[in-house]
Design a protein around this ligand. Structure first.
Ligand code: LLP
Length: 447
């Protein structure tokens, strides 16, 4: 088991995060509770900034806000000097609410609606990453309508199969994202951008997948992308000034995960792009990377209260917590693995193997299969680690569970950055048509 960031165990044997005792956090804010370690978020942002922009100059790191998006997080990212990747009107709106400088916002997505594209044009986002022919058409006419020249990157599918879970691979040829390189669509799309008076071709984008450990995958990707840059120059004369290689840097969730160092990732990517540019006699493009998981993931912890248990002798002991797949669908969706600590007895040795389940009404609602823990009593606090990425952002109200609060912990202080939903929030948008309240129904109800 690995403790992350500022985590420690205090004299009372309680898990601490950002100098805050998690037992006190549970008392003050209730459970389930997402706790974000601000120091660790900032440390990782600085590591990225130093390793890419600081060391190489012409490189930009942009945070993939789909990972964990809210106004406070956008403020942190802005303060740390990173750009922002948004994939919807909602993420863009959130960024603008944080006064995020629009020129550092990149707008992605495989099916941006005309309304979203118009919103992005009006907000003057820095780059729109064009994904497909329909978008090219819609964007072109919207840009014309607004008398604007929009800076675009063309998203391409490089045909790289990264070693990761199938659902989170995106660079392979059979993918819904981007223009395929091998079919000639990528080149055709670039030509269309170049022919437009309202679109300015700035470069290319790709993303080969997520939770990637092999840095070689990025080297292969750079090779495909630079070859395409050379072909673009040869056929059109245009030069890709920017090369956005997406995100995907893997993190440690559980034993067996072997993340690389961010500085090694930067060195591999920058050296590959530099060598390839030289060999094709292309000017070195500005390199952009879009990490999400590696910035937010390890900084997040979900604190639960344990409730019922079910022991099936010789088979399994289930320990249920007061949350589950509604606040963390990743185990159910991707067979994700997590480590956990009994937060109120963090120094105690493990005694039994249990499986941690949630309170949702289905058997797939599991958080952790088979984990060693001290003997768990009802009312203990269980901290599931490394839940900062794709947990809050993928949470739902399944079973009408209100979403947990999110607190940001730093130097002994914890501030709520997303409030816990209430039952009133759950019914806020519910409407009852008049006919359901009519006299006939009342009669039926009375009978
Ligand atoms: N850029 C693009 C275009 C992306 O599609 C993604 C993630 C990223 C950057 C950030 O990748 P990261 O550094 O976080 O690996 N829900 C899944 C992950 C889906 C990733 C989607 N795209 C999960 O929970 O594992």
């Amino acid at each position: 088991m690995k403790l992350h960031g500022t985590m420690g165990i205090n004299a009372a044997g309680h898990l601490e995060i950002g100098g805050c005792d998690t037992v006190k956090l549970a008392k003050e804010f209730g459970t389930p509770l997402y706790i974000m370690d601000e120091e660790l978020i900032r440390r990782t942002c600085r590591d990225y900034y130093q390793s890419f922009t600081g060391k190489y100059g012409s490189a930009e790191v942009i945070y993939a806000s789909k990972t964990f998006s809210n106004i406070a997080m956008c403020h942190i990212i802005k303060e740390e000097g990173l750009g922002l990747d948004v994939v919807s009107g909602g993420e863009l709106y959130t960024a603008l609410e944080a006064k995020f400088p629009p020129q550092h916002i990149y707008f992605h997505g495989n099916n941006k609606t005309p309304a979203e594209l118009e919103f992005a044009i009006q907000a003057r986002v820095g780059r729109i990453v064009v994904d497909n022919y329909r978008e090219l058409e819609v964007l072109n006419s919207l840009a014309a309508e607004h008398r604007r020249v929009v800076d675009v990157l063309v998203r391409v599918t490089p045909g790289i199969e990264a070693h990761t879970h199938e659902y989170i691979q995106t660079g392979q040829i059979d993918s819904k994202f981007g223009f395929t390189v091998s079919t000639g669509d990528a080149l055709r799309a670039v030509q269309m951008v170049l022919e437009s008076k309202h679109l300015a071709f700035q470069g290319l984008h790709c993303h080969i997948g997520s939770q990637i450990f092999e840095l070689d995958s990025y080297r292969h990707t750079a090779a495909v992308m630079l070859k395409l840059c050379a072909e673009i120059r040869e056929k059109t004369g245009a030069v890709a000034r920017e090369l956005n290689l997406g995100g995907g840097f893997g993190i440690y969730y559980a034993a067996g995960d072997t993340p690389a160092k961010i500085s090694d990732y930067a060195d591999v990517v920058m050296a590959a792009v530099k060598d390839l540019s030289e060999s094709y006699s292309l000017p070195m493009p500005k390199v952009i990377v879009e990490p999400g998981r590696s910035i937010a993931g390890p900084a997040g912890t979900t604190l639960y209260t344990t409730g019922s248990t079910k022991d099936i002798p010789g088979i399994r002991k289930y320990v249920a917590v007061d949350g589950g797949m509604a606040d963390n669908p990743r185990t159910a969706l991707y067979q994700a693995q997590y480590e956990a600590v009994l937060a109120n007895r963090a120094a105690e040795a493990a005694e039994e193997i249990v499986s941690v389940t949630g309170k949702c009404c289905e058997s797939g609602d599991m958080l952790i299969w088979d984990i060693d823990l001290p003997r768990v009593n009802s009312g203990d606090l269980l901290a599931v680690l490394c839940t900062g990425a794709y947990n809050y952002s993928m949470s739902s109200n399944y079973n009408r569970l209100p979403r947990p609060a999110v607190v940001l912990a730093k130097d002994g202080q914890a501030d709520v950055i997303v409030e816990r939903e209430t039952y009133e929030d759950l019914v806020r948008n519910d409407l009852v048509p008049e006919r359901l309240l009519g006299s006939r129904n009342l009669r039926v109800a009375r009978r």
